[in-house]
Design a protein around this ligand. Structure first.
Ligand code: G6Q
Length: 544
């Protein structure tokens, strides 16, 4: 059973939510907290070592019950089972969606087209482990016999954002005598700046591309190959300085990488869901196979929680449903992710892809135009930095922006009272957003009357507080899996294919056509729209 697109907004649970929204949309969080002294402890849930406080949402237990009813009506339980069991729920690409198999225990059985994929996953993990250990320990040598000191991952989108985020997030656990960098952009500056201070003899490139045809990655990989051969003076150096992560063995071989140095994955792993596949090779080299295994363990624990916990206490489900509540009933258009941890600086960028590429869709599974809003715009920065910039809008701007605050009980770098200060700020921001400051309170501070409206904080601005003990590989894994399953849950309710990405195709095709028009050899008049033609002419003129 799946949600019927055309009928989502006519479902009884949706209708009940719409009526409920009418009733509570103007109720202030101050009133909700006053009405229930236990609210701050009651509206919480935990799982996979994460704690979620959702009490500062413009929701009551009735809201949650109605949202859960909607999830049930939309077939969440059945669709969840379909995903975990390897059904081809990515219908537009006719693919299973099995990132959960990437962290399944060795003894599990998950079949796709009659094949148990779990042994395949572990075979690759074992090879990654051996390779990572050889690089970390110095057994894997460069062409000249030098030890590898620098790892450069070349990949883009799902083959970049996950590893880049994870490397930063888990830097505390990384082997510090290895430098790990990421090159993604076709802008040559990316490669130039990433490699300018590296010794080619000590540098290993991981070319990460599911398809091994992505223009940016193949362009950068070719530049890297020239850089290595140019410096080391022998094409045979490629074998010691390049490995590949891909599903396309043929193209890997064509590039000159020995398939023995290729780490595979499968079409049932979407790019943005692949940081725990071989795409995570740079992560494993950085933090070591054991820590990588702990990250997989954290994801696995969250998978189990998502699969087994009652929907009312299920972190990804609650997270997803509250998102639906704001997007579809309050009409919010963006959501902020604010990690109060510098290690998570790239988490918002990673989640932008995970969430917006998955659920930025406007047709249902059956191809009908949706009649409701789907994914919000996701954005964010680590706290406390954002407090000195865009938090102004969060507190006093016209849009309503639900926030995810993410914090940790302990710091990986304890120094004096800094962690207390960091967490005090997180808690203060969540409270200030929720409860604000009334005109009476502002006046009582002796504020001149003309300034009172400027200093009022209306409050009633919702947030989740997600807490964990310490940012370990396992915690990061659990956090990522929480968001993955939240995205899935929302996609089920919106009745969209969260696992395709046709929306990024058109630009790629056009870029290839326009690139031909920009080439120095181009001598025919461009044949696009008048704006593009004029811009091409201007570019050509400027380039002589
Ligand atoms: C992710 C998207 C996209 C993809 C990149 C890189 O879900 O499909 O971001 O990861 O376009 O693709 P390749 O790995 O094939 O180079």
């Amino acid at each position: 059973m799946s949600a019927s697109a055309a009928t989502l907004t006519t479902r009884p649970a949706w209708q009940a939510l719409a009526a409920h929204h009418e009733a509570i949309r103007d109720v202030h969080l101050r009133e909700l907290f006053a009405a229930d002294p236990e609210r701050g402890t009651r509206m919480t849930a935990s799982g996979a070592s994460l704690f979620l406080d959702y009490s500062k949402h413009r929701a009551t237990p009735e809201t949650i019950a109605l949202l859960v009813a909607l999830a049930r009506e939309c077939g969440l339980v059945e669709r969840r089972m379909a995903m975990f069991s390897g059904e081809k729920i990515n219908i537009t690409e006719h693919r299973a969606v099995l990132h959960t198999a990437l962290r399944a225990p060795r003894e599990a059985t998950i079949t796709v087209d009659g094949v148990n994929v779990v042994p395949l996953v572990h075979e690759v993990l074992d090879r990654m482990r051996a390779f990572a250990t050889a690089v970390r320990g110095g057994a894997w040598k460069g062409f000249t016999g030098s030890r590898i000191r620098n790892i450069v991952n070349i990949g883009i989108g799902g083959s970049d954002l996950g590893p880049a985020m994870a490397y930063r997030a888990l830097a505390h656990f990384a082997q510090r005598d290895l430098t790990v960098r990421f090159v993604s952009n076709v802008d040559a500056t990316d490669f130039a700046e990433a490699t300018r201070d590296l010794d080619p003899a000590q540098t290993l490139f991981i070319v990460s591309s599911k398809t091994f045809t992505t223009i940016e990655t193949m362009t950068n990989a070719a530049v890297a190959r020239d850089w290595i051969i140019g410096a080391l003076g022998d094409p045979r150096a490629v074998a010691r300085h390049f490995v590949a992560v891909s599903t396309n063995e043929h193209a890997v071989r064509e590039f000159g990488i020995d398939p023995a140095n290729m780490f595979g994955f499968w079409d049932w792993v979407g790019g943005r869901y692949s940081m725990d596949s071989a795409i995570g090779l740079s992560t494993m080299i950085a933090i070591g196979p054991d820590s990588f295994g702990e990250m997989l363990g954290g994801m696995r624990t969250m998978d189990g929680h998502f699969r087994d916990a009652p929907l009312e206490q299920n972190l990804p489900v609650l997270h997803a449903l509250l998102g639906i509540w704001y997007t579809d009933f309050f009409g919010t258009q963006s959501a902020a992710v604010l990690p109060y941890d510098q290690y998570l600086a790239r988490l918002p960028a990673y989640l932008q892809q995970l969430i917006m590429e998955s659920n930025g869709k406007s047709v249902t599974l059956s191809g009908a135009r949706v009649r409701y809003a789907t994914s919000p715009v996701i954005w964010g920065e680590p706290g406390t930095n954002g407090q000195h910039s865009f938090h102004q809008l969060l507190h006093q701007g016209t849009p309503l922006v639900p926030v995810d605050f993410i914090g940790f009980m302990h710091s990986l770098n304890p120094m004096g009272a800094q962690h207390d200060l960091l967490m005090a700020n997180l808690l203060a921001q969540a409270a200030a957003l929720a409860f604000g400051k009334t005109a009476a309170e502002v006046r009582a501070e002796g504020t001149p009357e003309a300034l009172v409206p400027h200093r009022v904080f209306e409050g009633n601005r919702p947030s989740s507080v997600i807490l964990a003990g310490l940012l370990t590989p396992a915690t990061l894994g659990a956090l990522i899996a929480l968001y993955e399953h939240s995205v899935f849950t929302q996609g089920v309710i919106w009745d969209i294919d969260s696992f395709d990405q046709w929306g990024v195709e058109l630009g790629k095709t056009l870029a290839t056509r326009i690139a031909a028009d920009l080439a120095p050899s181009a001598d025919t008049a461009p044949a696009h729209d008048s704006s593009t033609n004029a811009l091409i002419s201007r570019y050509r003129a400027a380039r002589g």
